[in-house]
Design a protein around this ligand. Structure first.
Ligand code: NOJ
Length: 545
C-alpha cells in the first residue's frame, strides 16, 4: 500500500485534528493578585474571554515550581504549582472552569532538562563522581588539569550561547565532573539512557493526566537522547543548528521509543490525551515524531520561521505535505509563540506588517491541520523593543537574541492606570498593585481587548469570525481530516494552497493586485476592493463551484 492510500484510510476525525489551541504564557496574561506577574487566578478570571474567541483549548507554558531562571522552563518540581502563580487548588479550579467552558487544557512538560535546584540534581551534586545519583544526568569527567579553568568533555555549545558544560564542583581539586546543559547552566539535562529517568517522567505524565489535563506540549522533544558517547559536533556552531537535524547531538532513534510509550499511556485515558511536540527540525525529520503510534501533533517549525516570501512558503508547504504523505499526520500550524518575534514585526512592522500578519493568520486557519494562536496574536500585537535594563531573558544574557519582546503583558484596557488592566487589582483600588514584570510600551493601550471588542474590523473580530467559519466548514464536511495542502504560486506572487478540490487559500504576497482563480470568497483578511481581485497583503478562503 502506498503512503497516500494509508493516509486515506485514516480513522474519522479526532478532536485534535481540527483543533485551534490558544497558547497562554501565564506570567503575561492576567495578574490576579497584583504582584506584577500573571497567575492562575488572573487566567481563570479571563477564561471566558478565551472561550469567546471560539478556540478549542489552551496550552499553558510552565507554572510549576521553578527558580524562574528561564521563566519556568527550569522546573524544580514537576508536580506542583509555583507560589508565584498560585496553588494546586487554584489549578484544579482553573481546569474545572475551563472544562465547563468547553476548553481543553494542555500543559507544558519539560523532559530534556530540569532546574539545578531540582532535588535529584542536588542529590547528584552531593553524591559525587561515579554515583547512581549522577547517572540521572550527564556528568562526565573533564580535563585533569584545572589550572586553565578546565576543558569540558566535548565541544557542544549551549542553545543560549557559551559552552554546554559546567563544572559540577568548581572549587574541588578531586571532583573533575562536568555536567551537560543544552540551555543555561541552571538547566541540567536528564540522562534518558538511564531507564530511571523514563520511569520518573511516566509518573509526571500520570499525575497530570489523572487530574484530567487533556494533553501535553513537549519541550525540546527531539533532544532527550544525545548521541551515544557524546561525540564532538563537527558544526562548531552549536548543539541545535536551527532546523537542521544534528545527528552528533540530538534527534536520536531512541527518543521515538519514549513517544511510543507516552502515546500508549495517553491512550489509557478517556478521552485520549494529546501529545504535541516542540520538534524544531526540518519537515521530513519532524514528521517522524507524528507517526501513528507517537505524538499526535508536532509544530511545523519550518513554517513558523518564514518571512513574507511566497516562494519560501510554497517550498516549505510542499515539503510539509510530502512529509505528511509519508508519515500520515498533518502539520500543526503556528505563526507565533513566546520564543519568536511577533508576526506583525517579522512581516515588516507598521501598517504593512499588521496587514500581513492578519493575512497570514487567515491563511493559517484555513490550512489542513490543527493550529495554535499565541496570546496577543489575536490583538495584532507587535514585538516590543524592551529597554535593555528591563530585559530578563537568559538567552539574551548569554549573548543570544532577546525573547522578552514577545512576552510583554497583554493590554486589556485602553486606559493606563498601571498596566492596561493586566493587573486585575487595578479594578480594586484597595489593593496596592505592582508594575508589570516587563514594561508595556507607549501606545500599548491602542491594542486593548476592550477597544477591539467594539470594533468589527479589529484583528480580534477577524479571529473570531475565522474560527466560527472554520467550525462550520468542519461541521459541513467541507474540511476533512484527510485534506492535503498542495502549494503553488500564480502570477509571480499569489500564493495558493489547495486544501481539497473544493477549497483553497490564497495570499497576495506581492506589490500589485492579483486576479483570483474562480470561486466564492468565504473570508478575507481585509475588505475586498474589487470582485475577483486581491490587493497586496490580503488573504482569502475560497470555495469552488
Ligand atoms: C523551548 C521553550 O519554548 C523556551 O522558552 C525555553 O527557553 C527552551 N525550550 C528551554 O526549555
Amino acid at each position: 500500500m502506498s503512503p497516500v492510500e494509508e493516509t486515506a484510510l485514516a480513522p474519522a476525525a479526532e478532536w485534535w485534528q481540527s483543533a485551534v489551541i490558544y497558547q497562554v504564557y501565564p506570567r503575561s496574561f492576567a495578574d490576579g493578585d497584583g504582584d506584577g506577574v500573571g497567575d492562575l487566578a488572573g487566567l481563570t478570571a479571563r477564561l471566558p474571554y478565551i472561550a469567546s474567541l471560539g478556540v478549542d483549548g489552551i496550552w499553558m507554558t510552565p507554572f510549576q515550581p521553578s527558580p524562574q531562571v528561564d521563566q519556568g522552563y527550569d522546573v524544580s518540581d514537576y508536580c506542583g504549582v509555583d507560589p508565584l502563580f498560585g496553588t494546586m487548588e487554584q489549578f484544579d479550579a482553573l481546569l474545572s472552569d475551563a472544562h465547563a467552558l468547553g476548553l481543553r487544557v494542555l500543559l507544558d512538560v519539560v523532559p530534556n532538562h530540569c532546574s539545578s535546584e531540582h532535588p535529584l540534581f542536588q542529590a547528584a551534586l552531593a553524591a559525587g563522581p561515579g554515583s547512581a545519583e549522577r547517572d540521572m544526568f550527564h556528568f562526565v569527567e573533564g580535563s585533569v588539569d584545572m589550572s586553565d579553568g578546565g576543558v569540558p568533555p566535548n565541544n557542544w555549545q549551549s542553545v543560549f550561547g557559551g559552552r554546554a558544560w559546567s563544572r559540577a564542583n568548581p572549587g574541588s581539586p578531586t571532583d573533575k565532573d562536568w555536567y551537560l546543559h543544552l540551555f543555561s547552566p541552571e538547566q541540567p539535562d536528564w540522562n534518558w539512557r538511564n531507564p530511571a529517568v523514563g520511569e520518573y517522567f511516566d509518573g509526571v505524565l500520570r499525575f497530570w493526566f489523572d487530574k484530567g489535563v487533556d494533553g501535553l506540549r513537549i519541550d525540546v522533544a527531539h533532544a532527550l537522547f544525545k548521541a551515544d558517547g557524546l561525540p564532538d559536533s563537527p558544526s562548531a556552531g552549536g548543539v541545535v543548528d536551527g532546523l537542521r537535524s544534528n545527528p552528533q547531538v540530538s534527534d536520536q532513534e531512541e527518543v521515538h521509543e519514549v513517544y511510543r510509550r507516552w502515546r500508549t499511556l495517553a491512550e489509557k485515558y478517556e478521552p485520549h490525551r494529546l501529545l504535541v511536540g516542540e520538534v524544531n527540525l526540518e519537515p521530513a525529520r519532524a514528521a517522524r515524531y507524528t507517526r501513528a503510534d507517537e505524538m499526535q501533533q508536532a509544530f511545523a517549525f519550518a513554517f513558523v520561521k518564514l518571512g513574507w516570501d511566497p516562494a519560501a512558503w510554497a517550498a516549505v508547504g510542499n515539503e510539509l505535505e510530502a512529509a505528511r504523505q509519508l508519515h500520515g499526520a498533518t502539520p500543526t500550524w503556528a505563526l507565533e509563540n513566546h520564543d519568536i518575534v511577533r508576526s506583525v514585526t517579522r512581516f515588516g512592522g507598521g501598517e504593512v506588517g499588521a496587514l500581513r500578519a492578519r493575512a497570514a493568520m487567515v491563511a493559517l486557519l484555513g490550512l489542513p491541520g490543527p493550529a495554535y494562536l499565541y496570546q496577543g496574536q489575536e490583538l495584532g500585537l507587535p514585538e516590543v523593543d524592551v529597554p535593555l535594563e528591563s530585559r530578563v531573558d537568559p538567552m539574551w544574557a548569554r549573548g543570544g537574541v532577546c525573547r522578552d519582546g514577545a512576552r510583554v503583558p497583554l493590554p486589556w484596557t485602553a486606559h493606563d492606570a498601571l498596566s492596561h488592566g493586566f493587573s486585575l487589582a487595578e479594578a480594586a483600588p484597595a489593593v496596592q498593585a505592582s508594575e508589570p514584570w516587563l514594561p508595556q510600551p507607549e501606545g500599548w493601550g491602542t491594542h486593548a481587548v476592550e477597544l477591539q471588542q467594539q470594533d468589527p474590523e479589529s484583528p480580534l473580530a477577524l479571529v473570531a469570525k475565522a474560527l466560527e467559519l472554520r467550525r462550520l466548514l468542519w461541521k459541513n464536511e467541507v474540511f476533512g481530516p484527510n485534506d492535503g495542502g498542495t502549494w503553488r504560486i500564480e502570477d509571480g506572487s499569489l500564493l495558493i494552497c489547495e486544501r481539497s478540490t473544493d477549497f483553497f487559500v490564497a495570499v497576495a504576497m506581492g506589490t500589485e493586485p492579483v486576479q483570483l482563480p474562480a470561486g466564492s470568497v468565504l473570508l478575507s483578511a481585509a475588505p475586498l476592493a474589487e470582485d475577483g481581485w486581491l490587493q497586496p497583503n490580503n488573504a482569502v478562503w475560497v470555495l469552488r463551484g
